[in-house]
Design a protein around this ligand. Structure first.
Ligand code: MSP
Length: 520
């Protein structure tokens, strides 16, 4: 079981702008899960990347007066650089302008065309440029797209994929596979949507209107609809339609059960849970195991972040104030995966101070400074654990079991809650036993208390590695270079007597809200 491959993807982001906190969120969550499965010893692959074709990107390049490819090259580098700063460990950085992808998309289109899965017809519909989606009359709400985007009536010849043909098969797949669309309430939403007749999917754009895309192999006057091109990235990224990569494709895509988990925001659930699976069915390919829709980060006024209102949060601005690991921690901890949450610097700082600086940081620094003071910085010999210590040991040993169960159900918030509970318990234990007083009358008991506390810190540091890789590595180093291996979180009293414990500056210093710049 533990050898099963795990392949996780984020959406590939449009390169019309630099990443904001919503993009960083999805990428961090995917990174945490990847790092977790790697630590568990499972073969793991993590893909993120950029979506470079289509109207939005063409318009962004035009606005900058740049050739689209040059614009994409620059923007792709921005994404790469930001993910590096957030310590994202993706194995693949996907670009849809890579020639192998363009060729593979054309091969898929040709396969579907030859199989009669694509047909042409004159089409009249309401087109929303910002969504890049055609709507029918009945989709419109007050003359606008359901997303609120402006629409214009367009009439043109286009190519269509016979998506409707797969409607019943898709419904039955969703019903039979409870893991397929998550969280469950999103599955019900998709099933609700599928209760209406499904239209066929327009998969072409005439070059006269949009030239920045992958040319249709069977009609050079058209490019491919950007979503049809983009969704295929998940499969071309692991070798689809590339004869030299067939072993890779079998491992990461067609294995049974499927190793694939797509993580994405709730706003792009339909494209992922309706367009994509029907495309795969038509191509004769396996479906992903899970499509998981996360929620949105909203402003403190509970609004969607908006560029024009200046309420978009840039991840590096936050990182520069609180540090990369604290940002990763906040994003993983603050909201239940799937729900919306508010984002404000005040909320971030308050959580980081209470859970990392006060809870985790204080436990570490109190313990280490007392070991320095009373034991020359070396772990004392512990003869026997008292009842209170045994009780705390049980909590610590349960932590890994509970955290694992949560992470494997994609419950990051709850997984981190387990560690916070352990640290809270350890702080209480320390406060009750007052080793700073005990040391003056009963040194062996003080030694036992400090060692047991430090064991809790050690276990927390191993288990928090997927979320805060840098801080945890530094912490384990301070504990006499303790092993970071996952298995040592299920053992207690691993640190040996005599181990030199480093007592340094706080690992999680308190963070202050930056002062507002005085108005000029
Ligand atoms: N290019 C498409 C995806 C193609 S995948 C085959 C796209 N790109 S995007 O740049 O618009 O990024 C969308 C992702 O960012 C979505 O998953 C979306 O939910 C997420 N977010 C955008 N704003 C967000 C928040 N405010 N909060 C959380 N995530 C949000 O769509």
């Amino acid at each position: 079981m533990s050898n099963r491959p795990f392949y996780i993807t984020t959406p590939i982001y449009y390169v019309n702008d630099i990443p904001h906190i919503g993009h960083a969120y999805c990428t961090v969550v995917a990174d945490v899960l990847s790092r977790y499965y790697r630590l568990m010893g499972r073969p793991t692959l993590f893909l993120t990347g950029v979506d470079e074709h289509g109207q939005k990107v063409q318009a962004a390049a035009e606005k900058r007066g740049l050739d689209p490819q040059k614009h994409c090259d620059e923007m792709a580098e921005n994404f790469r650089a930001i993910w590096k700063e957030l310590n994202i460990s993706n194995d693949i950085f996907f670009r849809t302008t890579d020639s192998f992808h363009k060729k593979a998309v054309q091969d898929c289109l040709q396969q579907l065309f030859d199989a009669g899965e694509i047909y042409t017809k004159e089409y009249e519909g309401w087109y929303a440029q910002t969504d890049e989606i055609f709507y029918t009359e009945k989709d419109l709400v007050d003359g606008k797209a359901p997303t609120g985007a402006e629409v214009v009536k367009i009439s043109e010849k286009n190519y269509f994929f016979k998506m409707s043909k797969y409607q019943d098969r898709l419904i039955s797949h969703i019903e039979k596979n409870p893991e397929f669309i998550q969280p469950e309430y999103r599955k019900n939403e998709v099933l609700g949507f599928l209760r209406q007749p499904l239209n066929d999917l327009c998969i072409s754009r005439p070059k006269s209107r949009l030239s920045w895309g992958i040319e249709l192999p069977f009609d050079k006057d058209y490019v491919t609809y950007v979503w049809f091109d983009a969704l295929l990235n998940y499969a071309t990224g692991v070798g689809l339609k590339q004869s030299t990569r067939s072993a890779e494709f079998s491992k990461w895509w067609s294995a049974s059960p499927s190793p694939v988990m797509h993580l994405l925001g709730k706003d792009i659930l339909t494209t992922h849970s309706v367009y994509w699976p029907t495309m795969l069915m038509a191509l004769g390919l396996e479906l992903p195991r899970t499509i998981y829709a996360h929620g949105w980060w909203l402003t403190s006024q509970n609004e969607k972040m908006s560029k024009s209102k200046g309420t978009v949060v840039k991840p590096l601005d936050v990182k520069n104030i609180i540090g990369v690991d604290a940002l990763r921690y906040f994003l993983s901890r603050d909201v239940r995966l799937g729900n919306d949450s508010q984002f404000s610097l005040e909320l971030v700082i308050s959580r980081v101070n209470s859970e990392l600086a006060n809870n985790f940081g204080n436990l570490l620094s109190r313990t280490c400074s007392l070991i320095a003071k009373y034991f020359d910085g070396k772990l004392p010999v512990v003869e026997k654990l008292s009842d209170k210590s045994v009780a705390l040991k049980q909590v610590a040993l349960q932590a890994q079991v509970k955290l694992t169960a949560h992470l494997e159900s994609n419950e990051l918030q709850e997984a981190l809650g387990v560690i916070i509970d352990l640290l809270t318990n350890a702080n209480q234990y320390l406060a009750e036993r007052e080793p700073w007083k005990m040391a003056k009358t009963d040194l062996p008991h003080a030694g036992e208390t400090l060692t047991v506390s430090l064991e809790c810190v050690r276990i927390a540091a191993i288990l928090l590695q997927p979320v805060m890789p840098t801080k945890c590595a530094e912490l384990l180093k301070r504990l006499g270079d303790a092993s970071h291996e996952w298995k040592y979180a299920s053992e207690f009293m691993v640190l040996k007597p005599g181990t030199l414990i480093t007592n340094e500056a706080p690992l999680f210093p308190r963070v202050e809200l930056p002062k507002e710049e005085p108005a000029k």
